[in-house]
Design a protein. Structure first.
Length: 128
């Protein structure tokens, strides 16, 4: 199968040696997104809720560039520097996803790039 590199200006540009997403067949692997504002490449200001929303908006932009949407996400990984924020993830996520929800993991980590409080990556299946 051929690989297609997904790139959009509507999400933060890669800050390392990776692609925003890679499509193989009908499966799209979305790289981790932190709460960077695409236009400025600076962290979004505000609460943890604002940061989580920015991450979902970034993932949504990459999903759209790949020809899908968050409704096509089958697996979501959430990385938090403070697992006390997990209820906020659930609350915000309910505004971006509807049932059936994707499979998900929530992982507590010591640190994330640019000292972000949250990062998420996803796997999306197109053509459902």
């Amino acid at each position: 199968m051929t690989r297609e590199i997904i790139k959009t200006d509507n999400a933060p540009q890669a800050i390392g040696t990776y692609s925003q997403a890679v499509k193989v067949g009908n499966t799209v692997y979305l790289s981790g997104q932190i709460p960077l504002v695409p236009e400025t490449m600076e962290m979004v200001e505000g609460s943890i809720e604002a940061q989580i929303r920015r991450v979902f908006d970034n993932l949504s932009a990459v999903a759209a560039a790949a020809g899908g949407s968050l409704a096509d996400v089958v697996k979501l990984n959430v990385f938090l520097t403070d697992l006390a924020h997990f209820p906020v993830v659930n609350e915000v996520m309910s505004g971006y996803f509807s049932e059936p929800y994707p499979a998900r993991a929530a992982i507590g980590v010591a640190q994330l790039p640019k000292d972000a409080a949250v990062e998420m990556d996803a796997v999306m299946e197109l053509g459902q």
